[in-house]
Design a protein around this ligand. Structure first.
Ligand SMILES: [Cu+2]
Length: 149
C-alpha cells in the first residue's frame, strides 16, 4: 500500500510545475525544421554550409545558442552580408527566431557553417545536427547532403 505513495507524490509535484516543464521542453514541438540540406563540397574542403527554414511555432521567441554534430568539429552561426559592395561573412553568437515566425537560412543570408567534417560527406549522406536553446533544451534533426547546384 505504501509503495504507491512516491508515485503519487511525483505526479502531484509534476502537475504543480507543469507550466515550467512545458516551457523547458517546448523545443521538440515548437521548433519545426523544413527544407534542411547541406551543400556537398569537394572532398578536400574543411568547411561546409547548411541551409534550412527554422519555424518557431511557439508563443515566445526562441534563441538557439548552440548547434553541434558528431560529423563536424564545430558549427557556427554565420550570415553573409554585403559590405562596400563585397560579400562578407559575420559570425553570430546565437540565432533568434521570433514567436510564431520563421528564420530562413539561405544562400546570401544566415547559414550554418560546418567545420572539419570527420569524413568526406557526399550527396545522399545524412548528418544529425543538435540545436540547443538558451534555456538548455535540445532538438536533433537529420540533414541530408545534396549537390550544391
Ligand atoms: Cu559562413
Amino acid at each position: 500500500m505504501n509503495r504507491k505513495a512516491p508515485a503519487l507524490i511525483i505526479l502531484f509535484i509534476s502537475n504543480l510545475f507543469s507550466p515550467l516543464f512545458a516551457a523547458a521542453t517546448g523545443i521538440e514541438e515548437q521548433l519545426v525544421i523544413e527544407n534542411a540540406w547541406i551543400a556537398e563540397a569537394p572532398p578536400v574542403s574543411r568547411v561546409m554550409v547548411a541551409y534550412m527554414t527554422l519555424n518557431n511555432t511557439g508563443p515566445e521567441s526562441m534563441e538557439i545558442i548552440r548547434a553541434a554534430s558528431d560529423m563536424y568539429s564545430s558549427i557556427e552561426f554565420h550570415e553573409t552580408i554585403e559590405q562596400n559592395g563585397m560579400a562578407t561573412m559575420i559570425r553570430h553568437e546565437s540565432l533568434t527566431i521570433p514567436a510564431n515566425n520563421a528564420l530562413e537560412l539561405k544562400r546570401g543570408g544566415p547559414h550554418l557553417m560546418l567545420f572539419n567534417p570527420v569524413k568526406p560527406l557526399v550527396a545522399g549522406d545524412s548528418v544529425d545536427i543538435t540545436f540547443t536553446t538558451k534555456n538548455n533544451t535540445a532538438k536533433t534533426v537529420s540533414v541530408t547532403v545534396k549537390k550544391a547546384q
